[in-house]
Design a protein around this ligand. Structure first.
Ligand SMILES: *[C@@H]1O[C@H](CO)[C@@H](O)[C@H](O)[C@H]1NC(C)=O
Ligand SMILES: *[C@@H]1O[C@H](CO)[C@@H](O)[C@H](O)[C@H]1NC(C)=O
Length: 375
């Protein structure tokens, strides 16, 4: 008992936030939580170094993850360049590619490359490599989703197997084999106008395995674990973002009409729904909250616009970087928190990049944090 008191007293002295608790007749102090130090980085300067592109295709909304010594990119709609023209056609709902690293870990940016999307032959590019020219859809569409293009025969609607977040690596085995997961909403939209036909669609959980291979045409094998892992009108945990840390996968999903919700699961039990816990009213519970339950909201964990969550070891902080909502501009917002549950600080503008010249100038802003310099 004496030892506990000394320990408690030293803890109380060393942290600014300690809670007294009654232990028998005696009152001891135990540390409840580290003081929430706010991490609030500011951008010093930004230099555009290169476009990330496979010039033979036009891709949007790519997220990335480190896999087998390369960077693996998962993108949404991808159109193939019609040879010898600046025109692109034959849209695939999602595709993937690889980029290389130098031996010091930095991205292998090259001076010039093939002419095409984002590349005029002389500007610097980070070249995306991968299966060509057939470009199969990577995350397959379900048998009821007008496979394999997603465009239905009547031409009126299409299914989009659009990854909103990069693959979440759950394990890297001794031999380098990577296991990863992605949750993708089973979106059904009108072909004209992108009108959503199901407001809160069900979600497919995809599992990937990849054994590192020198051949860039070898991509992870992917198969759906469950085409209705989250049912229609349930919170689509994992689609808004993911972070793995401390043996848990933290999975973010959007509430309706607004807000961001959080679930967690031991990282080796991703496929076991009984192991999931949900953060509601400041506590972890095994009862899944309704998508309309405001008590399931984690304030400021993203703006609800597209973005990326990650853990920054150097800053000892969870970070979200992404887009304001609504916004079609390259204005990167940031929020940070000492733990996945928060408290998250109010997102603020970190950096404004150049906008594109198309109808929608900039969307699907993402952070590619594994490209950060390691030292
Ligand atoms: C990226 O590609 C765009 C469109 O082709 C071009 O305008 C821009 O200058 C390129 N950026 C860099 C950094 O090379
Ligand atoms: C290619 O793009 C770069 C970067 O935008 C630019 O400086 C260069 O003049 C362009 N070259 C050609 C041949 O258009």
């Amino acid at each position: 008992m004496h030892f506990i008191q000394i320990l408690a007293a030293s803890l109380a002295a060393s942290v600014s936030y300690a809670l007294p608790i009654q232990e028998g007749e005696k009152k001891v102090f135990v540390m409840s939580r580290k003081p929430a130090v706010q991490y609030r980085p500011q951008a010093k300067r930004a230099t555009l170094v290169a476009n990330v592109t496979d010039p033979s295709v036009s891709r949007d909304s790519c997220g990335s993850v480190s896999m087998g010594g390369r960077t693996f990119w998962t993108c949404r709609d991808t159109a193939v360049r019609i040879p010898g023209t600046d025109q692109f056609g034959w849209v695939f709902t999602n595709t993937v590619g690889w980029t290389d690293h130098h031996s010091d870990g930095s991205p292998a940016i090259q001076a010039g490359g093939p002419v095409g999307a984002g590349s005029n032959g002389t500007n610097n590019i980070l070249l995306m490599k991968g299966p060509q020219p057939s470009l199969p859809t990577f995350y397959p569409l379900g048998s009821n989703e007008c496979p394999s293009s997603g465009v239905c025969a009547d031409g009126k609607s299409r299914w989009t197997s659009w990854p909103d977040s990069p693959p979440m690596v759950s394990n890297t085995a001794q031999d380098g084999t990577v296991t990863a997961y992605t949750w993708i909403s089973n979106n059904h939209i009108t072909s004209s106008g992108f009108q959503v036909l199901t407001t809160q669609p069900s979600v497919t959980l995809h599992k990937m395995t990849y054994k590192p291979n020198a051949d860039v045409n070898v991509v992870p094998t992917v198969k759906p674990v469950d085409t209705s892992f989250w049912k229609a009108n349930e919170i689509a945990y994992g689609t808004y973002g993911n972070v793995v840390n401390g043996g848990y996968a933290y999975l973010y999903g959007l509430l309706y009409p607004s807000g961001v919700a959080l679930a967690r699961v031991p990282v080796n039990s991703i496929e076991d729904k009984t192991k999931y816990q949900y953060y509601v009213s400041g506590k972890w519970t095994s009862t899944k909250p309704a998508i309309t339950n405001p008590a399931a909201a984690v304030p400021n964990a993203g703006t609800t616009g597209q973005g990326t969550f990650y853990y920054c070891n150097k800053a000892q902080s969870y970070i979200w970087i992404g887009q304001n909502n609504p916004s079609v501009w390259a204005d990167f917002y940031i929020s940070t928190a000492p733990s996945p549950e928060g408290p998250w600080i109010t997102p603020y503008l970190l950096y404004s990049g150049p906008n594109g010249d198309a109808e929608l100038p900039s969307y699907s802003l993402q952070a590619h944090h594994h490209l950060l310099r390691k030292t």
